[in-house]
Design a protein around this ligand. Structure first.
Ligand SMILES: [Zn+2]
Length: 440
């Protein structure tokens, strides 16, 4: 005779089987949300480029996520400033409310020296704080304006960690401190994969009139920096995701696509540029952007290798991109060679359990990402969030379920201690200057 509990189980399954016989509905069960969520932030993604790259087979991972999932445009906000927007994505609050309103602040008054904005200026909770409060295990890797690293229920590698060996670079303190910045020589070795150049680090000179030095500066400023940073955070993500149990929700951000688009647009798309682009340069640098996207797609594939199908993957960008001409011209010193700028429409792709397959959604907004993540996980959306749940991404069992509500998550009221790191501040400012975001 079977033990009582087993026979009871058999009986229950028999009842279920009998009840299900007449209806196919039993096999068409409502989708259950995935147990893991992975949010991939890719800066300045635009369908204007990615559609073509996907058609040409250059982005197999993003192509699969899109064809098996739902996708569309993600509407951005002004100012079109990445630290402002990525913080908006993570909070669903207006910049004036979340506190990150520009790239820099002027601690000594408007005539004083600028200092880069840091996480301590953020006045509202990021989604990883809310998830931590709900005891979700989180991982945050490289997300903009996360230095100094704050305590989360999990791990956080701040956006300054790639500068190497600095205080507050990660949480728990010291986590992944052994991971060194990528040596410049390694990035130089990778150049032939992306462009034709006889790169000479001794010939990197800002503001030079010499064409060879100009090109060396462009490659150093717009490519090598981006490649080293993305490589660092990709390696960090790999280690975080391989370290024990996968986090419930992971956020990984790669910024290089924006740098490369700012620097190399005119070589790919010379037509809108009145001054013309030498043909040799079009040949040498015309494919840097598509090759960088192909490299980034491989990075996405490497991250996805850690996951199985029981995962909601969200791929998002903070804004789009296009040629820096006409009203999109960026006012910068000419030696910076900025030929790409931002556009209002970024991208969103969702893939995983409960996502509508092959669906193209109406425009969603950067404000909607945090509410959408919370709703997907069955957690309350706050009334003081600006965004709404992007229901169109999901099957009715998830998309149409009434979101749980809470008035606000802003209950703490504690003010973060301001922390500075003058040495790294200088490096961040140098990068902002090179992007033309702040003056000399
Ligand atoms: Zn951006």
């Amino acid at each position: 005779m079977l033990p009582a509990n087993v026979s009871k189980r058999v009986a229950v399954s028999l009842v279920v089987a009998v009840l299900c016989l007449p209806a196919a509905a039993c096999f068409d069960r409502p989708a259950k949300p995935a147990s893991k969520v992975l949010v991939l932030g890719l800066d300045a993604g635009t369908w204007d480029l990615l559609d073509g790259y996907i058609e040409r087979g250059l982005l197999p991972n993003l192509a699969r996520l899109r064809s098996e999932g739902a996708s569309g445009a993600l509407k951005s906000i002004r100012p079109s400033s990445s630290p402002v927007i990525w913080t908006t994505v993570a909070t669903s609050k207006r910049p004036v409310d979340h506190g990150i309103t520009f790239f820099v602040r002027y601690p000594d008054g408007p005539k004083g020296k600028p200092a880069p904005v840091t996480r301590t200026l953020r006045k509202t909770k990021a989604v990883w704080n809310i998830l931590s409060d709900h005891e979700k295990d989180v991982a945050v890797v490289g997300w903009m304006i996360t230095w100094p690293a704050e305590e989360v229920n999990g791990r956080l590698i701040s956006d300054r960690a790639h500068y190497g060996q600095l205080d507050h670079e990660s949480y728990p303190p010291g986590y992944l401190a052994e991971l060194d910045p990528m040596p410049v020589a390694r990035a130089i070795q990778a150049l032939p994969e992306f462009m034709t150049i006889n790169f000479d680090p001794a010939k990197v000179r800002a503001g030079s009139e010499d064409p060879e030095e100009q090109v060396n500066f462009l490659v150093s400023d717009r490519f090598i920096r981006a490649y080293r940073r993305d490589s660092f955070f990709l390696e960090a993500a790999d280690r975080v995701l391989a370290d024990g149990r996968l986090p419930d929700v992971a956020f990984v951000y790669l910024r290089g696509t924006d740098d490369v688009q700012h620097g190399f647009w005119k070589f790919m798309d010379p037509e809108p540029f009145e001054d013309g682009v030498p043909e040799q340069q079009q040949r040498d640098f015309g494919r840097v952007i598509e090759r960088y996207w192909a490299w980034t797609d491989k990075a996405v594939g490497r991250i996805l290798e850690h996951y199985d199908e029981d995962t909601l993957v969200l791929v998002i960008s903070d804004h789009g991109a296009g040629p820096a001409v006409g009203k999109f011209l960026v006012e910068t010193p000419s030696y910076l060679h900025l030929s790409g700028s931002h556009r209002q429409r970024g991208i969103v792709i969702a893939h995983g359990p409960g996502v509508r397959r092959g669906e193209t959604i109406e425009e969603s907004s950067v404000y909607d990402i945090t509410p959408t993540i919370l709703h997907y996980l069955g957690l309350p959306v706050a009334d003081d969030m600006v965004g709404t749940v992007t229901t169109g991404l999901f099957e009715p069992s998830i998309g149409e379920r009434e979101p749980a509500r809470v008035a606000t998550y802003e209950t703490g009221g504690s003010v973060a201690e301001d922390i500075e790191d003058k040495e790294v501040d200088e490096k961040v400012l140098e990068h902002l200057r090179s992007l033309g975001y702040i003056g000399e």
